[in-house]
Ligand binder design. Structure first.
Ligand code: NAP
Length: 305
C-alpha cells in the first residue's frame, strides 16, 4: 500500500491498487494527510476483526474534495474519515447528516450505504470518552476553557460541552467573531438552573493574556484545538506563566512526544493528556458506524502506542 494516494490514483483505482492483497475500501482525506495516524490504527482494527479490507491516506485539496467523494462512492468504498481542512466543506457534500453533526455543521466520518453518503461527527463523543479515560472525570462536571473554538474540531468539542451541559464554557478563538457566533448558537444550552455566582456560564473572550489569566483562575480543563504543536518548532498557545497546577490540559495534537504546551503544563505540576486517546475513541466510533460491530479497542490502541 502506498503511504499516500491522490485524486489521480482514485481516477485509475484499479491500476493504482492492482498489487494489493486486500481491497482498500476505507481511508482518510486531508490536506496535508501524510502525518495521519488513522491508517495504522484502523488497519489494526480491520486485521483484529478479520475484515478483508484496508484503510489508506488520501491527499485531497479543497478544490478536489467533491470529485474525490463522488469517486469514492462509485468505487463502493465503505466509508471515510475527514481531517483538516475538509470537515466543514464535506458537510455540504453528503446526502444526509446525522442530528448532532448537523448542529455542529462539520463531519469527520462518512458512511456510503447503498450508493448514498451519510455524514457523522465522532470527534465530540470520542473526546468525551478520552477525558473520562485520561482524568477520571466527566465533562459535565467541569469548567472548560477552549482554545481554538473556531476550527472544525473546536466547534465539535464546544457542542459536546454544551450537550453535556458542562458547568461553564469559555470560548477563545484567534478570530474573535467565530467564538462570538458560537456563543450565540450554544446559548440555549447554558440557560438552565446551574448557578455559579455572578459569572456567565458561557462566554467568548479575546485571546489576550490578561483576559486568559482571569479566566484560567476559574477553569478546570483547558482544551487546546489549534494546530500549534503539530511541528516541533511551533510555539505554545499559552505562555508558561499562565499555567497553574490546578488545571487539566487536553491537547488535541495526537502525538506521543509532549508538545510545548504539555511540557509547560508538566513543569508547572498540572495534569496533561495528548490527543491520541481522542484519536482512538473517535476512530473506534467511526469503525462501529462502518461495520455495526464493536471496535477492537485494544488492537487499535496498541497500533497507536
Ligand atoms: P481547522 O478546522 O483548520 O481549525 C484550526 C483552528 O485553529 C482555526 O480556528 C484557526 O483559527 C486556529 N488556529 C490556527 N493557527 C492558529 C494560531 N497560530 N493561533 C491561534 N489559532 C490558530 O483544524 P481542526 O480540524 O479543527 O484541527 C485542529 C487541531 O486539532 C489539529 O491539530 C488536529 O490535528 C487536531 N485534531 C485532533 C483530533 C484527535 O482525534 N486528536 C481530532 C481532530 C482534530 P482561525 O479560525 O482564526 O483561522
Amino acid at each position: 500500500m502506498k503511504d499516500v494516494y491522490t485524486l489521480g490514483d482514485l481516477q485509475g483505482w484499479k491500476e493504482a491498487t492492482a498489487d494489493e492483497e486486500f481491497p482498500i475500501r476505507l481511508g482518510v482525506l486531508g490536506d496535508p494527510v501524510a502525518q495521519s495516524l488513522s491508517p495504522p490504527m484502523q488497519n489494526a482494527g480491520l486485521e483484529a476483526t478479520g475484515i478483508g479490507a484496508r484503510y489508506a491516506r488520501f491527499q485531497i485539496s479543497p478544490n478536489e474534495l467533491e470529485d474525490a467523494l463522488g469517486l469514492l462512492r462509485r468505487l463502493e468504498f465503505i466509508g471515510v474519515n475527514l481531517t483538516a481542512p475538509h470537515k466543514l466543506a464535506a458537510f455540504a457534500l453528503v446526502d444526509e447528516v446525522e442530528e448532532q453533526a448537523r448542529k455542529i455543521g462539520a463531519i469527520n466520518t462518512i458512511v456510503f450505504p447503498d450508493g448514498r453518503s451519510l455524514g457523522y461527527n465522532t470527534d465530540g463523543p470520542g473526546f468525551l470518552h478520552a477525558v473520562h479515560e485520561q482524568f477520571s472525570v466527566d465533562l459535565r462536571d467541569l469548567r472548560v476553557l477552549l482554545l481554538g473554538a473556531g476550527g472544525g474540531a473546536g466547534r465539535a468539542l464546544a457542542w459536546q460541552c454544551a450537550l453535556e451541559n458542562c458547568e461553564r464554557l469559555v470560548l477563545v478563538s484567534r478570530t474573535f467573531g467565530k467564538a462570538q457566533a458560537l456563543v450565540r448558537e450554544l446559548a440555549g444550552y447554558f440557560s438552565g438552573p446551574r448557578v455559579l455566582g455572578p459569572e456567565a456560564r458561557l462566554e467568548a473572550v479575546r485571546w489576550e493574556n490578561t483576559i486568559l489569566r482571569t479566566q484560567l483562575a476559574r477553569t478546570d480543563l483547558v482544551i487546546h484545538a489549534t494546530p500549534l504543536g503539530l511541528n516541533r518548532t511551533d510555539p505554545s498557545p499559552l505562555p508558561p506563566a499562565l499555567i497553574a497546577p490546578h488545571l487539566m490540559f487536553y491537547d488535541l495534537i495526537p502525538k506521543k512526544a509532549p508538545t510545548r504546551l504539555l511540557a509547560d503544563a508538566a513543569a508547572a505540576g498540572a495534569r496533561g493528556a495528548n490527543g491520541l486517546t481522542m484519536l482512538l475513541h473517535q476512530g473506534a466510533l467511526a469503525f462501529e458506524l462502518w461495520f455495526d460491530h464493536p471496535a477492537p479497542l485494544a488492537a487499535m490502541r496498541a497500533a497507536l502506542t
